[in-house]
Design a protein around this ligand. Structure first.
Ligand SMILES: [Zn+2]
Length: 85
């Protein structure tokens, strides 16, 4: 989110693949099909810390939705962690 409170939406037309330089990237997301998942993966602020049962400590961490842009030429993924989730 920008300091003015607006969510930054990167225009797809401005995106270029950082691997091969092609444009025309295709928007998508990383699916999470875990038993207690919401159906999509999220970026979590800070390094991974595990709790006593091995799960990730998430309390108080900022979480953001991940937008994954796929290059149609080399299939590289460009990931952006944008909207808070
Ligand atoms: Zn590419």
């Amino acid at each position: 989110m920008l300091p003015c409170g607006r969510v930054y939406a990167r225009p797809v037309a401005d995106l270029r693949c950082t691997h091969c330089g092609a444009n025309g990237l295709e928007a998508g997301f990383i699916m999470d099909s875990g038993e207690h998942g919401k159906g999509f993966s999220r970026w979590v602020e800070g390094r991974l810390e595990r709790g006593i049962f091995g799960g990730a400590k998430l309390l108080g961490r900022t979480k953001r939705e991940i937008t994954a842009y796929r290059c149609p030429h080399c299939f590289h993924l460009e990931l952006f962690a944008d909207n808070p989730s």
